[in-house]
Design a protein around this ligand. Structure first.
Ligand code: BG6
Length: 489
């Protein structure tokens, strides 16, 4: 109810994610009036810090999404007053009991709902869940725990993690974040498909030739190699972010918008997919490159990465869904760091027009004349459809033009950060955008054999220069399935 209190504890409060994403997202929600009236935010970490020091730290990364709103400073002030700090060990029940006492004071006898955001490394994760769940259960409202990847590194370790989590929490208390699900254009996928007449009838092997899911970043690990080297790009991006997008893209129509109905459909797609083999992928790693007098480092130049690391910083993969809708349609994924641009997009390439009257004019490269739907998740969000069009004039010349929904031009409102939506959903108990354990299991089942094989065979990645378009192997892989990457043409 309205009189209830919500205490949000950010465990790992001095970490990067907390500073860059979690606190700013909480502030944005406060600014928009989305947080409940009685809320308190606690930062929890090992270092000693006062409330004031926490507030100073947090205040550095708070921004008002829409500049020039006069009351921004005032709002920040009000927000920071509701932020507190508690220093404690992640595996100390006593420290969490002390936290519990402080929370109770703020809750002032109201129904106390508690949200814990675990923004800490996997090795201390379970201890923290154990401590948090036992002390927090003394609250008389709900207790929910948000967890961030990595959710293990393969099927076995992930299953073990799920099992230990379930010793302390029920499935409906666990909110597994995949922040890509909180991105505006990913959420819009279902609207696009199910709320327009013109897409869904085409959404199958009958009309779609291939689907491409592309993620690229124009920077390397830059000191974050310690985490990354143990996981690699396949676990960091493909097994979660890109696969989640794929599931939403390819799932059957859910019975309703209810979280369980949607997640049931996602699981079905994932379970209809073929596990990947070595043959279905190309891996790469960036090497140093000098351009314009600047030398960009190789992955293995990162101080936190072993010199002889074979960890992929790039991967391209071909996936297949063995069901009636998608039989034979290649879903190509490509993800990489230290590439030439920063982008996340979905490309849908449609089939050729049978018996196209204009083939003679189009010429021999029919591929260039097929329709393509592009959903640009970021940056500069857009949805556009490439169509053939007559170039105006007396002659008959065709070109490809875009029907373009460009968000910046169409919507004046700033797009919220993914973490804002996800945090709000967690507070409201909306589970639609969080990963259920059976989804996670199905996702790992697809990638685990491949990951094992890569590691056992010590597969050498194809080296590509920092800032390039990635290894050429990605083109050969696509060509095997008669596909050209849409982002390069
Ligand atoms: C994270 C990965 O999940 O997503 C990072 O661990 C990556 O390696 C990040 O940089 C990308 O997120 P975004 O929202 O910036 O595209």
């Amino acid at each position: 109810g309205d009189g209830d209190s919500v205490s949000i504890t950010v465990v790992g409060a001095s970490g990067d994610l907390a500073k860059k994403k979690i606190f700013p997202a909480l502030f944005a929600l406060f600014y928009e009036g989305c947080l409940p009236q009685h809320f308190t935010i606690y930062g929890y970490a090992r270092s000693k810090m006062t409330d004031v020091e926490l507030r100073n730290m947090v205040s550095k990364t708070l921004t008002c999404r829409i500049d020039k709103r006069e009351n921004c400073a005032e709002k920040m002030d009000q927000f920071l007053k509701r932020c507190f700090y508690h220093s404690g060990q992640y595996d100390s029940p006593e420290n969490f009991v002390e936290l519990d006492k402080k929370l109770k004071q703020h809750e002032g006898g109201r129904v106390s709902n508690r949200l814990f955001y675990l923004s800490i490394p996997p090795n201390i994760f379970i201890d923290a869940v154990r401590c948090a769940s036992s002390s927090a259960s003394s609250g008389n409202g709900w207790t929910r725990v948000i967890v961030e990847k990595p959710f293990g590194r393969d099927s076995e370790s992930s299953a073990a993690l799920t099992k230990s989590l379930k010793q302390y929490l029920d499935e409906d208390q666990i909110f597994r974040i995949d922040h890509y699900l909180g991105k505006e254009l990913v959420e819009n996928l279902s609207v696009l498909r199910f709320s327009n007449l013109i897409f869904e009838p085409l959404w199958s092997r009958q009309y779609i030739r291939n689907v491409q899911l592309i993620f690229s970043e124009d920077f390397g690990t830059e000191g974050r190699g310690g985490y990354f080297d143990n996981y690699g790009i396949i676990r960091d991006i493909m097994q979660n972010h890109l696969l989640q997008i794929l599931a939403l893209f390819a799932m059957e129509t859910p019975v309703s918008l209810d979280a369980e109905d949607i997640r049931n459909e996602k699981v079905k797609v994932l379970r209809s997919m073929r596990p990947l083999t070595l043959d279905d992928v190309v891996i790469g790693q960036y090497k140093s490159h000098t351009k314009g007098g600047i030398t960009y480092p190789a992955y293995t130049d990162d101080k936190t990465v072993p010199k002889d690391s074979l960890t992929p910083t790039f991967a391209a993969a071909a996936l297949f869904i063995d069901n009636a809708r998608w039989d034979g349609v290649p879903f190509l994924m490509k993800a990489g760091k230290a590439l030439h641009n920063k982008r996340a997009e979905i490309r849908v390439q449609f089939r050729h027009v049978p018996g196209n009257l204009y083939n003679r004019i189009i010429g021999t490269d029919l591929d260039l004349a097929t329709n393509e739907l592009v959903i640009r998740v970021q940056p500069d969000e857009a949805i556009y459809l490439k169509i053939n069009n007559k170039v105006p004039g007396l002659g008959m010349r065709l070109d490809r033009s875009n029907l373009n929904l460009h968000y910046a031009a169409r919507y004046s409102k700033e797009i919220p950060d993914a973490y804002e939506r996800l945090l709000l959903d967690a507070i409201e108990g909306e589970r639609r955008l969080f990963i259920r354990s059976d989804e996670l299991e199905a996702a790992w089942a697809l990638f685990t054999p491949l990951l094992k094989e890569l590691e056992e065979k010590k597969t050498i990645p194809e080296y590509y220069p920092y800032g390039s378009r990635g290894p050429v192997g990605a083109h050969y892989l696509a060509a095997r399935y008669n596909v050209r990457w849409g982002d390069l043409t």
